[in-house]
Design a protein around this ligand. Structure first.
Ligand code: NDP
Length: 385
C-alpha cells in the first residue's frame, strides 16, 4: 500500500487522479488532499477517501471544513498555512505526490517533495518551467523520481527506455511533441483579435482547467511543454520539435538514429498518463476508453503557425536565452491569462505582456528557491501594473 498526497485534488487532474485511485484502493491510500477555495468538493473527497490531512488555502474556509468534517465524525486534520504545503509534500509517511496545483503556486510542494526523495507525478509543468535546474538538482539531491503526467511527456517517457543515461546513449535523434492546435487552430489573425475567454476555454479534445485551456488556445502550453521536456529528458534545444496534430491521438513521439519513430497513442483522457505515472514501469487499469482505429477518420499533421500564435515563439526564445527567462515568461503568462479570463485584456495582449516582461527582466542566473520566488513576485507586480 503506497500513500499519496494529491496537491490540487479539486482540479481537473486532481479529480482524474482520484478516479484512477478509486479503481485501485488496495494499492494506493490517500494521505493528503489540497485545494485553494473549493471547500465543498474537498469535503466530499475527504469523506470518501478519509485522508489524514486536508489543506485549504483560506483560513475561514479551513474553519468551515473542520466543522463540516467533525459533523461526519471524520479524523482528517485540516491545515491552511502556506508552509503546510511543504510540510505535507515532505511528510515521512508520503511515498507519492501528485503535483497538480495550477501555476507557480505548485513550486514549493514540488521542490520539497524532490528534496525528500518522493515519487513525484508532475502535472504542474509551471514548477519545472520556472524552477528548471533548481528542481532537477533537488530531485538528484533527494534521490527523488520525477515522472511526467502531461500527456505529451508521458508519451515520450513511454517511448524512451525506462532507465537511460542520456538521449545520445539511447540512440535518440529527436523528440517530437504533438500539439492539438487548440480551439483556434483555423481562426484567422483578424478574428483572433476579438476572441473571448469563453471561446478560448472550449478545447476541442481535452477537458481541462481554465488556465491550461487558455494556454492551449495561445499555444503557450506547447511552449511551456518544450521547456518542460528540455529539463525532464535533458534534451538539447535542437532535439525538440513541435508538430500540430489536431486529433490528439498521437500524444508525442521519439525519433531514433536508425530512423525508427516510437509513438504513444490513446484516447485524449488524462487518466491514462496518470495511471502510468502511478505504476510505471508496470501498467494498471486506468478506466479510460480504448482507441478504436476503425472509427478514426484521419490522423493529420502540420507545422505550428508562429505568426498567429506568438506565445510559442516567445517560449522558445526564452528557452534559448536560458537562466531566469523561462521563470519570467511563466509568471507574466500567468498574470496575462488571469486577466484574459476576467475579460480585462484581449487575446493578443497576452503575448504583448509577456514580451514587455521579457524586455524588463534580463536573464540572470537564479540558483535558489527564494531568489526564484522573488523574481516570480517581481514579474507579477510588473505585469499587474
Ligand atoms: P485546475 O484549475 O482544474 O485545478 C487547479 C488545482 O489547483 C485546484 O485543486 C485548485 O484548487 C488548486 N489551486 C489553484 N490555485 C492554487 C493556489 N494558489 N494554491 C494552492 N492550490 C491552488 O487545473 P488543472 O487540473 O487543469 O491543471 C493542474 C496542473 O496540471 C497545471 O499545471 C496544468 O498545466 C497541468 N496539466 C493539466 C492537464 C489537464 O488535462 N487538466 C494536462 C496536463 C497538465 P480549487 O479547486 O480550490 O481552486
Amino acid at each position: 500500500m503506497q500513500k499519496i498526497a494529491i496537491f490540487g485534488s479539486t482540479g481537473s487532474i486532481g479529480t482524474s487522479t482520484l478516479d484512477v485511485i478509486r479503481l485501485h484502493k488496495d494499492a494506493y491510500q490517500v494521505f493528503a488532499l489540497t485545494a485553494y477555495r473549493n471547500c465543498k468538493l474537498l469535503l466530499e473527497q475527504c469523506i470518501e477517501f478519509k485522508p489524514s490531512y486536508a489543506y485549504i488555502e483560506d483560513s475561514r474556509l479551513a474553519k468551515e471544513l473542520t466543522h463540516q468534517l467533525s459533523c461526519h465524525n471524520s479524523k482528517t486534520q485540516v491545515l491552511s498555512s502556506i508552509e503546510d504545503l511543504g510540510y505535507l509534500a515532505s511528510h515521512p509517511e508520503v511515498d507519492i505526490i501528485m503535483s497538480a496545483i495550477v501555476g507557480s503556486a505548485g513550486l514549493i510542494p514540488t521542490y520539497q517533495a524532490a528534496l525528500s526523495g518522493k515519487r513525484i507525478l508532475l502535472a504542474n509543468k509551471e514548477s519545472l518551467v520556472a524552477g528548471g535546474s533548481i528542481i532537477t538538482d533537488a530531485v538528484k539531491k533527494g534521490k527523488a523520481k520525477l515522472i511526467p503526467v502531461d500527456s505529451e511527456h508521458s508519451a515520450i517517457f513511454q517511448a524512451l527506455p525506462f532507465e537511460y543515461e542520456s538521449l545520445a546513449s539511447s540512440g535518440v535523434n529527436k523528440i517530437i511533441l504533438t500539439a492539438s492546435g487548440g480551439p483556434f487552430l483555423n481562426t484567422s489573425y483578424q478574428e483572433l483579435k476579438s476572441v473571448t475567454a469563453k471561446e478560448a476555454i472550449k478545447h476541442p479534445n481535452w477537458s481541462m482547467g481554465h488556465k491550461i485551456s487558455v494556454d492551449s488556445a495561445t499555444l503557450m502550453n506547447k511552449g511551456l511543454e518544450v521547456i518542460e521536456a528540455y529539463w525532464l529528458f535533458n534534451a538539447k534545444l535542437d532535439q525538440l520539435e513541435v508538430v500540430v496534430h489536431p486529433q490528439s491521438i498521437i500524444h508525442s513521439m521519439v525519433e531514433y538514429i536508425d530512423g525508427s519513430i516510437l509513438a504513444q497513442l490513446g484516447t485524449p483522457d488524462m487518466k491514462t498518463p496518470i495511471a502510468y505515472a502511478l505504476s510505471a514501469p508496470n501498467r494498471i487499469y486506468s478506466g479510460s476508453d480504448k482507441l478504436n482505429f476503425l472509427t478514426l477518420k484521419e490522423l493529420t499533421f502540420k507545422a505550428p503557425d508562429l505568426a498567429r500564435f506568438p506565445c510559442l515563439g516567445l517560449a522558445l526564445e526564452g528557452l534559448k536565452l536560458g537562466g531566469s527567462m523561462p521563470a519570467v515568461i511563466n509568471a507574466s503568462n500567468e498574470v496575462a491569462v488571469a486577466k484574459f479570463l476576467k475579460d480585462e485584456i484581449g487575446f493578443y495582449d497576452i503575448p504583448k505582456m509577456i514580451e514587455s516582461a521579457m524586455n524588463k527582466f534580463a536573464s540572470i542566473n537564479v540558483n535558489d528557491l527564494d531568489s526564484l520566488l522573488n523574481l516570480d513576485k517581481e514579474t507579477r507586480a510588473f505585469c499587474q501594473n
